[in-house]
Design a protein around this ligand. Sequence first.
Ligand SMILES: Cc1ncc(COP(=O)(O)O)c(C=O)c1O
Length: 404
Amino acid sequence: MSESKSPQYCPETLALSAGFVPDHQTKTTTPDITMSVNHCFVPEEGSFSANGIEDLADAPFLYAGWTNPTVRQLEQRIAALECTDDAYATMTGMAALSAVFFSLLRAGDHLIISDVCYAAVYELARDVLPDYGIEVTAVNLTDLDAVVQAIRPNTRLIHAESPCNPLLRLTDLAQLAHVAKQHQVLLSVDSTFATPVITRPAVLGADLVIHSLTKFINGHGDALGGCVAGNKALIAQIRSRAAAHFGATISAQNAWLIMRGIETLYPRMKTISDSAHQIAQWLENHPRVKQVNYPGLTSHPQYALAQEQMAYGGGIIVFQVDALDDIAQRFARDARLFYYAYSIGHQRSLAVLLKTADLMTSTYRMTAEQEQQFRHYAGDGVLRLSIGLENPHDLIEELEQLLR
Ligand SMILES: Cc1ncc(COP(=O)(O)O)c(C=O)c1O
């Protein structure tokens, strides 16, 4: 297949150019979308078959379940931004996470997962993987001694999320990658909250970088998608299972929408982070607000690490406030700019209440000590804000009304 030339451009430029091959005939300036599920081929004796092709990405385009010209452009662009050899794009972020776990882990293997991470991936690890004979331990990955203690001879993978959903607790990725390498364990990092604009986990030593593309990377709230980026051999291993056997590959239409989103990712993340920073500072000075977690604030418990590992503070803020239910009601009923909804990373600002007691019942199974650490960040619960592209002064004015 034709690969685009990607010279050593800066990331902002690669967000527009990596993987883009203008159509020679029509001289397009924007990627075309190929909707065809099938590509014709003329079998040649003994040579034109998918059998024996080790990496499905190297096969000619045959069937969109494996890959497709539009999907491949998206994968090449993500790989360029994450500084990895390759990437595989999936229907959702959860499909990417499932593809990683079910492609790399076998019965008898052991997984270490962050004790706080996106609820559905934690539940997948807690409830589903053990049914397939995979052992799982949830560890606070900020405590590297605890990580080392948790490693067993059969540990195959450590899965981290930084900043993590919903606490915005950070993991020192360079140090964790060092520990993982010392013990010959793979490290996967869900970098959905950061995006490659803010942190590039593979540059810090992670083996695999996972995203829900549904969030900031698409950024328009109109397409589901996910991806995993890494070295060629690992991505080929994941693709061969997830594409051929799990049917996890993203659709061409969503790949196209997400690629369009990526083209403005760099200016969007900068604007969103600048706004979020202003709003987090404003919240911190509000008399009704008890605590604000935002990696860009000097009050964040890991501010020094944030400065080292993150180019900006990102678009998510969580805060604790008196009369939590009452305030959440006001967000849901009265807000005009903040939409009360579960997702994050859209062009419009979103807000949602996450109560600690509910999360402890529905998702996390924590020791008393782990719960105490969780409450250090979240108390009895937080309002999670995902800041969009509105003018921050308008958002602050609305917050002032809602917190009155
Ligand atoms: C950190 C993180 N990872 C993965 C996912 C799952 O993504 P998707 O909804 O695209 O399956 C989410 C969803 O909120 C998330 O916040």
